[in-house]
Design a protein around this ligand. Structure first.
Ligand code: SF4
Ligand code: SF4
Ligand code: SF4
Length: 345
C-alpha cells in the first residue's frame, strides 16, 4: 500500500468548468511537450536517497492528480514511493506554502519562484534551514490552465503571466539541482517564442510594461477598474491560503478586535482586504502566481502585487527574491538613519 498523500486536486481544490475537454487536451499536449525527463528522474533519485538515508521524514513534490490535466502536491514518506513524483509544465503549486507547518525534516521541490518564496521564509525565520532539503528544479514555466481551458494560444503563449516575465527560473538557494539551471532568457516549454534566449526583443521587453501602462490611466479609470475587479471578490480567502508569504497565525481580516473590516461583503470591506494584503506583501511578493491561480473568480490580483513589486524595485532598488537570498529583511522592515524623510526619526 502506498504512503503517498495527495492534496485534493490543486492549491485551490477546484476545477473550473471551462477547463475540460479540448482545454485538457491542449494543456496535456503542452505539458507532454514540456516534460523534462532528466529533471523528473533527478527528483525521484534525490527523494529516494533522502528518504532511505533518513535525512528527511517527508518529501514534498508533485504527483498526478485525479483529473488527467491536473497535478497535485504529494507528500512521500517511503523511498519506494518516490516514483510517484512527476515533473512537467502542469506543476504549478508553490510548495513552499507547506513548509512553515511541517514538523520534522522535509525535502521539497522548488521552481524558481517557489525558491524565492522559500528564501523569504528563511529570512523571516518561518522555516529553519537545517530542517529542509531544497531540491531546485530547472523551470521552463507552467501552463496557464485557464487560458488552456479556453483554447487560447499554444506553446509559450500558454505560459502563466508570471512565467512570461520571470527573470529567475532556478531557486536562489538549494541543496540539490534537478535538471539544468535556467535563468531569464532560458527557452520556455521547448517552444521558443516569448522566452527564447536568442530573441533580442525579449531582452529589451519591459517586465513591468503592463503596470506602467496601467499607471498612465487616470485615477478615475484605475479606481473604476479595481472597483469592478474587487466587487466580484467573494472573500473566500483562497488567495491568502495559497500564498506562501501569508502565514500570520491570525490574519487582520479575521480579527474581531480591532475590527479592520466588516463581514457583509461591501465593496469597502473587499478593498480593505486587498489593499491590506498588498501592503503586507510589498517587497515580499515574489510573483509566483499562486494567489491568481487559486482565485475562483478570476480576479486580476497581479495588478496590485506587481505594482508593489515594481515600486519596491524602482523606489528602493529592492528585489524580494534576491534580497531574501541574501538574508535581507523585507523592504518595509528595513530602517536607515540616512532616510531623508524626517518622519522616520
Ligand atoms: S514564475 Fe518563473 S520559476 Fe515560477 S513557474 Fe513561472 S517560469 Fe517557473
Ligand atoms: S501575493 Fe500571490 S504572487 Fe505574491 S507571493 Fe503571494 S501567492 Fe505568490
Ligand atoms: S480575490 Fe479571489 S481568492 Fe481572494 S478572497 Fe476574493 S474571491 Fe477569494
Amino acid at each position: 500500500m502506498s504512503d503517498v498523500i495527495c492534496m485534493s486536486g490543486s492549491e485551490d481544490g477546484r476545477e473550473r468548468r471551462g477547463n475540460s475537454g479540448v482545454g485538457d487536451a491542449v494543456a496535456n499536449a503542452a505539458a507532454n511537450e514540456a516534460v523534462d525527463k532528466a529533471a523528473q528522474e533527478d527528483i525521484r533519485r534525490i527523494a529516494r536517497k533522502l528518504l532511505s538515508d533518513g535525512a528527511v521524514d517527508v518529501f514534498i513534490g508533485y504527483g498526478q492528480g485525479t483529473l488527467p490535466s491536473r497535478v497535485t502536491p504529494v507528500f512521500v514518506t517511503r523511498p519506494e514511493d518516490a516514483d510517484a513524483l512527476i515533473w512537467d509544465a502542469r506543476c504549478e503549486n508553490d510548495l513552499a506554502v507547506y513548509l512553515p507547518g511541517i514538523e520534522g525534516r522535509a525535502g521539497v521541490v522548488v521552481k524558481g519562484c517557489d525558491g524565492r518564496a522559500l528564501a523569504r521564509l528563511l529570512a523571516e525565520k518561518q522555516v529553519e534551514r537545517d530542517r529542509v532539503k531544497i531540491v531546485a528544479v530547472a523551470c521552463t514555466g507552467v501552463i496557464d490552465r485557464r487560458r488552456a481551458g479556453r483554447g487560447e494560444g499554444d506553446g509559450a503563449e500558454l505560459l502563466h503571466p508570471s512565467c512570461q516575465v520571470c527573470e529567475e527560473r532556478t531557486a536562489p538557494v538549494y541543496d540539490f539541482l534537478a535538471g539544468e539551471a535556467k535563468s531569464a532568457g532560458a527557452e520556455a516549454m521547448g517552444a521558443g517564442g516569448a522566452c527564447d534566449k536568442d530573441d533580442k526583443s525579449e531582452e529589451s521587453r519591459d517586465p513591468f510594461g503592463e503596470i506602467r501602462e496601467f499607471e498612465a490611466r487616470s485615477s478615475e479609470e484605475r479606481w473604476n477598474y479595481f472597483s469592478q475587479e474587487f466587487d466580484r471578490c467573494i472573500l473566500c480567502y483562497a488567495c491568502r491560503q495559497a500564498c506562501p508569504l501569508c502565514y500570520c497565525p491570525e490574519c487582520f481580516a479575521d480579527r474581531a478586535t480591532p475590527k479592520w473590516m466588516g463581514k457583509d461583503r461591501a465593496l469597502s470591506d473587499k478593498m480593505v482586504f486587498h489593499l491590506g494584503r498588498a501592503i503586507h506583501l510589498a517587497g515580499r511578493c515574489i510573483d509566483c502566481g499562486a494567489c491568481v491561480r487559486a482565485c475562483p473568480m478570476g480576479i486580476d490580483l497581479r495588478k496590485l502585487t506587481r505594482k508593489m513589486e515594481k515600486d519596491a524595485r524602482v523606489l528602493f532598488d529592492y528585489e524580494a527574491g534576491k534580497a531574501a537570498a541574501a538574508g535581507a529583511p523585507a523592504v518595509f522592515a528595513a530602517f536607515s538613519k540616512e532616510d531623508p524623510d524626517d518622519f522616520v526619526l
